[in-house]
Design a protein around this ligand. Structure first.
Ligand code: AMP
Length: 374
């Protein structure tokens, strides 16, 4: 069974084609600076045909999407028009994510009208976390309207948690997964179930992101509007595009540039790295207390997999907890490799596990197809 996973960004389109009989990747590719998703989809399908990975479009059992948020849908769903409308209803909460996905999915529907299009919502993994961690202290009415801490990056935290269970040979683990990339979140899991996530109602909250603000006291918004005359659109744009590493450093939204500037003595760049690290530690600490410890702290995604210094900064001075990083092991982690980077006598294993969100979506898509067949 062949399943195509489409990853749609605001200006990018990436794909991976799986043979689900053995989870082999038959093809992968993508386009940056995309202005027309239809064109990118067309070209990608042509590439897959030309390479022999997909001889006939009818061989595609489904196209899967790592969809973000839809009103009232927290799991895996066939992307009917009703589901797309439920996504549209949440566009204000996920303005960088939902509109491009909806546009891309509609283009797929035009090109492949008979192929099931399936979305695994990023909120799915955290949907069964304890209610106390998902509830904001707002009225019942607001909660019913959907104001709650959903948590995101579900496919990534799920992949990492399940992979660590496999690597360590136990499924009763307390795992804290640090998905650190263009957008970042800290997830906690106990016994292969999500316990909590640093992202809240929107994918803009929690730890600072590349150019999104992360946690911010909501009363900053009326203050900025009433005392400083900003419009709501200006505030939203600033929080969504001009915050995070970029906002603090004034240098770049890419941690490589921020780090280079900090090494040259740029104090704002150094502060951006410090705020980022501080916030990650804050969330790890919160989850360690709630879980009464951690069997593994795991780093993943672009920054988590590639930035030795960030991992070192996050794990610094935790010896009181029995958590000890091995600096040598941390320094030699090869790109794309799984590694244990804690000292042999560390109470908690510290690990690097490259994420694979696409395979999680593909597996869930297959499960949905099979459940529909029964
Ligand atoms: P992601 O969202 O997981 O693709 O991560 C993107 C971010 O990870 C970029 O903004 C970079 O800051 C960082 N990153 C990605 N690749 C590397 C790399 N090879 N070395 C260092 N940092 C990287």
């Amino acid at each position: 069974m062949k399943v195509l996973i489409a990853n749609i960004g605001s200006t990018s389109f990436k794909y991976r084609l799986f043979d689900m009989s053995n989870e082999a990747v038959l093809a992968k590719g993508g386009y940056e600076r995309v202005t027309d998703y239809g064109d990118a989809i067309e070209k990608s399908l042509a590439e897959m045909k030309a390479s022999g990975a997909l001889t006939r479009l009818e061989d595609l059992a489904a196209v899967g999407f790592k969809t973000v948020l839809a009103k009232g849908i927290l799991g895996c769903a066939e992307l009917t028009e009703d589901v797309l409308k439920a996504m549209e209803a949440m566009n204000d909460v996920a303005p960088s994510h939902n509109p491009p996905y909806i546009a891309g999915i509609r283009k797929f529907r035009e090109k492949l009208p008979r192929t099931p299009l399936i979305g695994l919502f990023e909120t799915a993994w955290n949907a069964n976390a304890p209610e106390a961690g998902q509830r904001y202290a707002v009225s019942e009415q607001w909660c019913e309207w959907g104001v709650r801490r959903y948590g995101y990056h579900g496919a990534s935290h799920r992949y990492v948690t399940e992979r660590v269970a496999k690597l360590l040979g136990r499924d009763d683990l307390r795992v804290i997964s640090c998905h650190l990339g263009g957008s970042s979140s800290i997830g906690a899991a106990r016994g292969l179930r999500s316990f909590g996530n640093s992202l809240g109602m929107s994918p803009q909250s929690g730890v600072p992101h590349n150019n999104r603000v992360g946690d911010l006291d909501s009363f900053a918004i009326p203050f900025l509007m009433k005392s400083h005359g900003l419009t709501l659109d200006q505030v939203v744009k600033a929080m969504n595009k001009e915050g995070g590493l970029l906002g603090i450093s004034g240098v770049s939204n890419d941690i490589r540039d921020v780090d280079a500037a900090a090494k040259q003595g740029n104090k704002r760049a150094q502060l951006a790295l410090d705020v980022f690290t501080h916030s990650i530690r804050h969330w790890i600490g919160a989850f360690m207390l709630q879980l009464n410890g951690a069997d593994a702290i795991v780093f993943t995604a672009g920054i988590g997999e590639n930035r030795t210094e960030i991992r070192a900064g996050v794990c610094k001075d935790l010896d009181w907890f029995g958590i000890k990083l091995d600096a040598q092991k941390n320094a030699v982690v090869q790109r794309g490799q799984e590694a244990v980077i804690s000292a042999d006598d560390s109470r908690t294993k510290i690990m690097v596990v490259p994420t694979n969100e696409e395979i999680v979506v593909a597996r869930e898509a297959v499960k949905l197809l099979e459940s529909k067949r029964k």
